[in-house]
Each structure stands twice: as structure tokens, then as C-alpha cells.
Design a protein around this ligand. Sequence first.
Ligand code: HEC
Length: 133
Amino acid sequence: MKYLVSVLLIFSISNANVVDDYLNSLKTEVLKNEPNFKGFDYKRGEEIFTSKHIGKKGKEISCTSCHGINLNESSKNFFTGKTIKPLSPKANPKRFTKVKNIEKWLKRNFNDVYNRVGTAKEKGDVVTYIITK
Ligand code: HEC
């Protein structure tokens, strides 16, 4: 039991470090264009995640179309119907553990929904939203 607790603790700490480092690097990027930038915002992130747009395939979708509205539950891919595991790192400790993976999917998924890549600010806002859910 003690072992399990420490493993979980170490895991969640390393997980948090990956997200923090990632958010810090995005913040550095935003500050280049916006010297008065205060920080990433949950509310802006919520709007990015839940609002609908005509996506890459010409259909109106949002991030929630594939990830659902409850990020602690599994959801279904809007196009393929395949199950997607919970996006919240609270429910799914594998989330936000590899920057390469986060970047790959944000690029792809912003394209799915917004038909373009996300800016550093948008990515930081939406990640801030997801990890607090
Ligand atoms: C067409 C379906 C679809 C849409 C729309 C979609 N996603 Fe995803 N997303 C996926 C799939 C599939 C994966 C990869 C499989 C997995 O990780 O479970 C993924 C993975 C991710 C990950 C990876 C997290 C990690 O570390 O494992 C993030 C972050 C993410 N999506 C955010 C978003 C955001 C933000 C939006 C809206 C801009 C969005 N997604 C819209 C299907 C979608």
C-alpha cells in the first residue's frame, strides 16, 4: 500500500511537471507578441473547448464532439465512433505526460475543429481548462 501510494505520488508529480513545463514554454512564446500577457485563462479555454465551428471536414463540431463535456468520462470519436479515454489527467493519469504527444494531438485536433493550428495562447488556455476539469 505504501509502495502504491508513493508510486502514485511520484507519477502525479512528474505528470504535473510535464504540463507546467509545457505551459511555461507556451507562455514564453505568447510574451514575445504580447508583453503584457498575464497568464492562461480557464474561461477562454472553456470557450475554445466547447464552442462549435465548421471544421476541416465541413461539419460543425467542437472539441466536445469527440471528448464529451465530462472530461472525467470516456467519450466517442465523432467521426469513427471509437472510444476515447477520459481527457482529464485526474481520471486518466496517462494524459499530459509527453509533450510530443500533446503537441501532436493539439495540432491535429485544432485543425479538426478550427481548420487551422492553434496559437500558443489558445493552446495554453485550452490545456489550462482541461487539466482543471
Ligand atoms: C475528431 C475527434 C476529435 C476532436 C474534434 C478533438 N479531439 Fe482531441 N483527441 C482525439 C483523439 C482520437 C485523440 C488521441 C487518442 C487519445 O489520446 O485518446 C485526442 C487526443 C487529444 C489530446 C492528447 C492528450 C494527451 O496527453 O494524451 C489533447 C490535449 C486533445 N485531444 C485536445 C483536444 C482539443 C483542445 C480539441 C479541440 C480543439 C480536441 N482535442 C478535439 C480526437 C479528437
